[in-house]
Design a protein around this ligand. Structure first.
Ligand code: SF4
Length: 338
């Protein structure tokens, strides 16, 4: 499809207000996710946004275990389970099979969405090579990383997405070492866009911003794959807070600058509100303390830890080449005339 035509089509599918969102649900009630689970909300958005002509592929993780318990499922669209690290390969295989079947005239020629979702362990750790492989072929597929910042379904183990210092069953603060998770969280969208130059669309989202999320899923599917979305999903069980605060924590992650909302569209970074206002200097970031102190997983933090966290987030906006996105800075050495 010609670039312009594709852009126009993507624009036309934008949902202007939440009232215009489709009423039909293809991920329905009856699942067994925890109360306040934002990943369940993400599943609802992806099914709603994509519509009935969709095949969903789910890697092992919370959204597999809780949504497809022995002979029951809340998926109304076709759903395939794949192993923990297999979402990239399964998405690629499904998209390729559909293309071949259509080419051979065995099934009707029509757009069928292929969406694979995987949690942080299945996508950013174990499954990363498969996801990367899927991003290198010309197939229409979307991979969504639902990031609850731990391996939650097997009782909250640390992953590369666990934030600095957070308590998990693998990173309990000890007497000798209070901060067990010392490395900063991995940035997956920048890895995808920097490593796969011809990818046309990648984005971050957060279920606390439903319209933004619904539209990003739409755009990814319309622009055509391979495409990638990383969603930060507050998880009451792993983050240790009362489920009623899920939405508030999602908003705080963005307003403190910890989780910037942006899209990579055809080679350009586009910031979405409220991140756009933060980057353009119209809105001041809230202190990270407001996000951290609402979660039990950071309850062992001292003043020094909060300050370190704040400093790291400040750096994302003040020192990075692309604020909040790319942790690099060009060294434009000025040549002194003297
Ligand atoms: S553990 Fe977290 S991600 Fe898993 S179902 Fe519960 S709230 Fe959702």
């Amino acid at each position: 499809m010609v670039e312009k035509e594709r852009e126009e089509r993507a624009y036309k599918t934008i949902i202007k207000t939440i009232k215009d969102a489709p009423l039909e649900e293809f991920y329905t009630s009856g699942h067994r996710t925890c109360q306040g689970c934002e990943s369940a909300l993400l599943m609802r958005f992806l099914a709603k946004s994509a519509g009935p002509r969709t095949i969903v592929i789910g890697a092992t993780g919370c959204m597999y275990v809780a949504n497809t318990t022995y002979y029951t499922t809340s998926w109304v669209v076709p759903w395939v389970h794949t192993q923990l690290g297999g979402s990239g390969a399964a998405a690629l295989g499904t998209a390729a099979a559909l293309k071949a079947l259509m080419r051979k005239g065995k099934i009707k020629q029509e757009p069928i969405n292929v969406i694979a979702f995987c949690g942080d362990l299945g996508c950013a750790d174990m499954g990363l090579s498969g996801v990367s492989n899927a991003m290198t072929y010309d197939y229409n597929l979307l991979i969504i990383l639902y990031d609850n910042e731990s391996s939650a379904n097997t009782d909250i183990q640390e992953t590369s997405m666990t934030p600095y210092g957070a308590q998990t069953t693998f990173s309990r603060p000890g007497k000798v070492r209070r901060i067990m998770k010392r490395r900063w969280k991995k940035s997956v969208v920048p890895m995808i866009i920097a490593g796969h130059r011809t990818i046309k669309y990648a984005a971050t989202m957060n279920p606390a911003y439903p319209l933004d999320g619904l539209n990003k899923i739409r755009k990814a599917l319309e622009i055509g794959g391979p495409t990638f979305i990383h969603s930060l999903d507050p998880c009451p069980k792993g983050w240790d807070y009362d489920p009623q605060f899920s939405h508030e924590l999602g908003v705080l992650a963005v307003e403190t600058g910890i989780w910037p909302l942006y899209e990579y569209i055809e080679g350009k970074i586009v910031y979405d509100e409220p991140t756009k206002s933060i980057v353009e200097g119209r809105t001041k970031r809230k202190p990270v303390r407001e996000f951290l102190e609402k979660q039990g997983r950071f309850s062992h933090f001292t003043e020094e830890d909060v300050e370190y966290f704040q400093r790291m987030v400040d750096e994302m906006y003040e020192d990075w080449e692309i604020p909040g996105v790319m942790p690099i800075k060009s060294l434009n050495v000025k040549i002194d005339d003297n």
